[in-house]
Design a protein around this ligand. Structure first.
Ligand code: F42
Length: 144
């Protein structure tokens, strides 16, 4: 497991509580938002090196996943976006156990394909993109 160290819960209470519920039930609870499946992304803090976790909508194809740095359409990227750029080796939990993935930023056709999957998984992403000039980044996570 590459990401070991001190876990610092998100100051965004809803997210921190969802991580806690998800992990304490092995993904049996806290695994949805708006009736759609949620996963837990673990990254290493780009500045502190601490372990950070974020619940995100599940977007998947085969063994790979995408994580969408939408942050509800805010003008700025979520902080975990910077963490992945600094350390592309991440953990993703979709069920009882977290697994290791290597992330890369999707560009061009690959991003278009994954964006379509993302909007199918969570139509809200299309609304978020309408709210901001920021092109919402999409990372593709392949099993490490
Ligand atoms: N957010 C999304 O962007 N996409 C989703 O699909 C999504 C789904 C979702 C489902 C359920 C749910 O409860 C929340 C969901 N969210 C989704 C919200 C998501 O979980 C995050 O809360 C949100 O994306 C914002 O992420 P964030 O990393 O910006 O979180 C902030 C609040 C945060 O944790 N800030 C910390 C703080 O102390 O202020 C810093 C965290 C951090 O990583 N610090 C780095 C470090 O070194 O430790 C510094 C990195 C740097 O370069 O500054």
């Amino acid at each position: 497991m590459p990401l070991e160290g001190e876990y610092v819960p998100s100051p965004y209470t809803q997210a921190a509580e969802q991580v806690e519920l998800y992990e304490s039930t092995g993904g049996e609870e806290g695994n949805t938002m708006g009736g759609k499946p949620v996963i837990i992304l673990t990254t290493r803090g780009a500045k502190t090196g601490k372990i950070r976790k974020a619940p995100l909508m599940r977007v998947t194809d085969g063994e790979s996943y995408a994580v969408v740095a939408s942050k509800g359409g805010a003008p700025d990227n979520p902080v975990w976006y910077h963490n992945i750029l600094a350390e592309p080796l991440v953990m993703l939990q979709d069920g009882p156990e977290p697994r290791e993935y290597r992330a890369h930023l999707a560009e061009g056709l690959e991003r278009d394909q994954w964006w379509q999957r993302a909007v199918e998984a969570w139509p809200g992403y299309a609304d978020y993109q309408k709210k901001t000039d920021r092109k919402i980044p999409v990372f593709v996570l392949d099993p490490a």
